[in-house]
Design a protein around this ligand. Structure first.
Ligand SMILES: *Cc1c(COP(=O)(O)O)cnc(C)c1O
Length: 394
């Protein structure tokens, strides 16, 4: 099997597994318990908090553990909105191509009377600090813009956006789920007030995440109950997963430049090779992109068929189109960068990590063009394109 779907989730690292085992077995205590076993678990949480704080350049007191990226996004946005509501500020700025954890939370707030402004992301999938600056109003309570896009891999200028928000005294949250472990994060230097992380995107376990909230910002509880996470997130902490997350992030950050250099060589070979397929286009920014992200649209095919045939060849990839719950809607990200519906349906995302090999890239470069050709030969749409009945877009 060739795994090229690291933007969806990653394999647990050995370092993460080793860090988790003691808290699954001998030290399984509840960190809220006063006995020795509980206190060992509490120490593990504190150590993880310190490790993560060092990795993102904040204080351990600013680190809140959550169940993952989705929860962190929800909590960050709802917390800033609550603060805004109290001050009569109901304008929130974001982008059209955020993750659904952000977009659906914003939709909910819109129904509660907030005004949501989604900035256009242009054909390469980015926004500028100037766009944000122009959009900020006296009643803006939050800017939430992702660090790197999960589908097309474009990297956004978060430090500049943060500076603009800081100057205007508006909270800035960034979903850094795809950036963590691949791009440098320093919340102080990058003027970030709130940030979301998810362990399973950087070789940690599923079901653990971080919300960083700058001192002075008090996260609103989404879950009521005990006083865990200083009263901001009730429920017994997932100690093994949190320990694993800290170990995974520490390892990823320690190797960040080496891995990025290695992975981007593989990425660029894939991009160069796949670009030779007729009537295709690279999605996302050709330069400012995640080291492991490759995303193409191929005209005249369905992304799902391509994925199934790749899977049959032992290649795990993803299509840009979120066919969640059987809906045939194309990816909102591809539509946001201006791909027409029919082209957005024919997308392929290959997301690499440092354990992918040159040999695997060779196999992908042999299989994808052959499968695209095979699918086009069976496609009535392709026949119409070739005969001129329908106009090529790409
Ligand atoms: C995966 C992902 C999330 C959701 O994280 P979970 O831990 O799976 O809830 C949020 N944002 C982005 C950009 C992601 O890639």
């Amino acid at each position: 099997m060739i795994y090229a779907d690291n933007a969806a989730t990653t394999k647990l690292s050995v370092a993460a597994l080793d860090a988790m085992m003691p808290y699954l077995m001998e030290n399984f205590g509840n960190p809220s318990s006063l006995h020795t076993m509980g206190q060992k678990a509490a120490e593990a949480l504190q150590e993880a908090r310190e490790t993560i704080a060092v990795c993102i350049g904040c204080s351990p007191k600013e680190v809140y553990f959550t169940s993952g990226g989705s929860e962190s996004d929800n909590q960050a946005i709802i917390s800033a909105a609550e603060t805004g509501r109290k001050k009569g500020k109901k304008h929130i700025i974001s982008t059209a191509f955020e993750h659904h954890a952000v977009l659906h939370t914003l939709k909910k707030l819109e129904r509660q009377g907030f005004e949501i402004e989604l900035l256009p992301v242009g054909s390469t999938g980015t926004v500028t600090a100037e766009q944000v600056e122009k959009a900020i109003r006296p009643d803006t309570c939050l800017v939430t813009i992702m660090y790197a896009n999960n589908e097309i891999g474009s990297v956004l200028p978060v430090a500049e956006i943060g500076a603009v928000c800081r100057a205007a005294k508006v909270f800035f949250h960034t979903d850094a789920v795809q950036a963590a472990g691949h791009l440098h994060i320093n919340v102080k230097e990058q003027n970030i007030d709130m940030l979301s992380l998810s362990a399973h995107k950087f070789h940690g376990p599923k079901g653990a995440g971080v919300l960083y909230a700058k001192t002075g910002i008090i996260p609103v509880s989404l879950i009521e109950g005990g006083a865990q996470e200083r009263g901001r997130r009730a429920g017994t902490e997932n100690v093994p997963a949190i320990a694993g997350m800290a170990a995974a992030l520490k390892e990823a950050v320690a190797n960040i430049d080496i891995n990025a250099a290695k992975v981007s060589v593989l990425r660029d070979r894939l991009i160069a090779g796949l670009s030779e397929i007729p009537h295709c286009a690279l999605n996302g920014d050709p330069v400012n992109r995640l080291p492991g992200n490759v995303n193409f649209c191929f005209e005249g095919i369905e992304g799902e068929s391509l994925l199934l045939l790749l899977d049959a060849k032992g290649i795990c990839a993803s299509s840009g189109s979120a066919c969640a719950s059987g809906s045939l809607d194309p990816s909102h990200v591809l539509l946001a960068i201006g791909r027409p519906h029919e082209v957005a349906h024919g997308s392929l995302r290959l997301s690499l990590c440092e354990t992918n090999t040159e040999e695997e890239i060779n196999i992908i470069l042999a299989e994808v063009p052959a499968i695209v050709k095979y699918l086009r030969n069976m496609s009535p749409v392709w026949k119409d394109l070739e005969s001129g009945k329908r106009k090529f877009v790409l």
